[in-house]
Design a protein around this ligand. Structure first.
Ligand SMILES: Cc1ncc(C[n+]2csc(CCOP(=O)(O)OP(=O)(O)O)c2C)c(N)n1
Ligand SMILES: [Mg+2]
Length: 539
């Protein structure tokens, strides 16, 4: 036990969360949650506030993703909570251990029509690992600790708790439980079979996703890949798990690898639309997941070890049997990779009017530090970021994940800035996406949280306009005002920025942005005719 504490519900909640390593809260004010602020204020515990609750939850999610520990958002009763639902849902899809504490109308007159009286639980239950109301102040530490433990237990995910007014304002005392997170032991036979299949394959590939980082198994992934000589592709938070210069790190030869492989090992990511739903024809699939709940129901892999990814990958790394030499396979993929890389390098130099997104990334690559945190929020402009930016530090790329929710941008940026005060934080944002969170330039500026926001301003909802044109020959509801001065919006909100419409001006603008010391929008006017070449569809 971490010790007995006394105080109001806010004090008890905060003490419990601190025991789990929480070091800040993200919020938007509401009287229902004042005691949580009071607890933080008395403890000198940082509070960051935003202009829309979804940014608070996204900020908490960024912390949870980057640090692999609970990220905390505090939302006021009713509309505060409902505004946070998209953030909770993203966290659910991304297995992010987010804790949302909600205010709640008083229980003692429930049903009489108090302000913002609403039962949140039916709304949030479908998108959380745990959702409950704490009805007694003395119960706060135990209930909260149980929920946070659930959030941190693989397969990780968000939890929601609310406290009626009299519970959070009322006094109580209780022990703060000692944090401990259970480890899911994998089945040894499954792991042995997987290792033997990989070692015995002629042309294996590994595709590693977010849970590898979330499960702190990056080192073990690398050891396993090196021990068995397997090329590695990544997605989501798996990006950067192997630095781009690593001989087994691949990004661009994915089609050749999936097409040519005889064993595909997917680890720490679902067999979803990003991976052709796991349908690789006759190729054998090994699906390594962090919990049995993550095994695919729509396809049947040859084997699907489930459990702690550190243990599974560590055991695969230690495989003692014979292994096939993959040198020729790796060399073949490397040739494909190098050819694609040369094409990318050329695209990133494009000196066109209007500017192509590729050139924006060509210039950005020159100024980004190896440990920069890059955040994607948008459509085509972000697809290009995924193609052209190559994170070289694990846990430094934040995309919205498979839920694909626009609007993560400045919330994620706030979470990243708070987590890494000394690293570059750069948001790659579509002009459409900008509309969801740009107001939080004010929150960032006021709280002295400088970040760089590069807007790909094509004047359209590009990822919708082009497909609608292709499908119908016309488009509706896909235009935005071209040439809008989002940089001036940033300046009006306490940040700064500039507009760029010539490729040659990008380098200087980016340099000024990273030196600015305030939230800075580089508003790049990009070519609306440019369309990301994509093969995936909605289903
Ligand atoms: C909250 C939300 N609303 C709508 C969508 C559908 N959507 C996906 S991409 C996209 C277009 C994004 O446009 P923009 O941010 O300008 O990027 P661009 O494709 O133009 O580069 C839209 C509307 C979504 N994913 N999330
Ligand atoms: Mg756009």
């Amino acid at each position: 036990m971490a010790g007995k504490i006394e105080g109001h519900g806010g004090d008890l909640a905060l003490s419990t969360l601190r025991a789990f390593g929480v070091t800040e809260m993200f919020t938007l004010s509401g009287g229902h949650v004042f005691p949580l602020y009071d607890a933080a204020h008395k403890a000198g515990f940082p509070i960051y506030d935003v202009r829309h609750e979804q940014s608070a939850v996204f900020a908490a999610e960024a912390v949870a993703k980057l640090r692999r520990r609970p990220g905390l958002a505090v939302l006021t009763a009713g509309p505060g909570v409902t505004n946070g639902v998209s953030g909770l849902t993203s966290s659910f899809f991304n297995a992010s251990p987010v804790v949302v504490l909600g205010g709640r109308a008083p229980q003692f007159r429930w049903g009489a029509g108090s302000l913002q009286e609403m039962d949140h639980l039916p709304l949030v239950r479908a998108v959380t690992k745990h959702a409950s109301t704490i009805f007694a102040t003395d119960d706060v530490p135990a209930e909260l600790a149980g929920a946070v433990t659930a959030a941190l237990t693989a397969h990780r995910g968000p939890v929601f708790l609310d406290m009626p007014l009299e519970v959070v304002f009322g006094s109580g005392e209780a022990e703060v439980p000692e944090p401990s997170v259970p480890v899911v032991e994998p089945d040894g036979d499954d792991v042995g079979k997987a290792a033997a299949m990989i070692a015995g394959a002629q042309r294996p590939v590994i595709i590693a996703g977010s849970d590898v980082y979330g499960g702190d198994a990056v080192a073990e992934l690398r050891e396993a890949a090196e021990a068995l000589g397997v090329p590695v592709f990544t997605n989501g938070m798996g990006r950067g798990a192997l630095p781009p210069e690593h001989p087994l790190a691949f990004a661009k030869a994915r089609r050749a690898a999936m097409g040519g492989a005889d064993v595909i090992v997917v680890v720490g990511t679902p067999l979803d639309f990003r991976l052709g739903f796991g349908d690789f024809g006759d190729t054998q699939v090994v699906h390594i997941v962090d919990a049995p709940s993550q095994r695919a129901a729509h396809v049947t892999p040859a084997v699907s070890p489930a459990g702690d990814l550190r243990l599974i990958l560590g055991q695969i790394a230690g495989y003692g049997g014979d292994r096939v030499d993959h040198t020729d396979w790796i060399a073949e993929l490397r040739r494909t990779e190098d050819a694609a890389r040369a094409r990318d390098a050329e695209a990133m130099l494009a000196d066109t009017d209007p500017i192509k997104p590729a050139r924006v990334y060509g210039e950005l690559r020159k100024v980004l530090a190896p440990d920069a945190v890059t955040i994607g929020d948008g459509g085509d402009f972000v697809s290009y970021a995924g193609k052209f930016l190559e994170p070289s530090t694990p846990g430094s790329w934040l995309d919205p994940g498979p839920y694909g929710c626009l609007g993560t941008g400045l919330g994620y940026a706030m979470g990243a800035r708070v987590t890494y005060p000394d690293r570059q934080v750069c948001v790659l944002m579509g002009d459409g996406a900008a509309g969801f969170s740009l107001m939080d330039v004010e929150s960032l500026a006021r709280q002295r949280l400088p970040v760089v926001i590069v807007i790909g301003n094509n004047g359209i909802w590009g990822l919708e306009k082009h497909p609608m044109q292709a499908m119908y020959g016309y488009d509706v509801a896909a235009d935005l005002q071209p040439g809008l001065r989002y940089d001036r919006v940033a300046a009006a909100l306490g940040g700064a920025g500039e507009i760029v419409d010539k490729p040659g001006d990008l380098a200087g603008a980016l340099e000024r942005a990273f030196d600015a010391g305030v939230p800075y929008v580089v508003n790049v006017i990009t070519d609306p005719a440019d369309q990301y070449p994509r093969s995936a569809n909605l289903a």
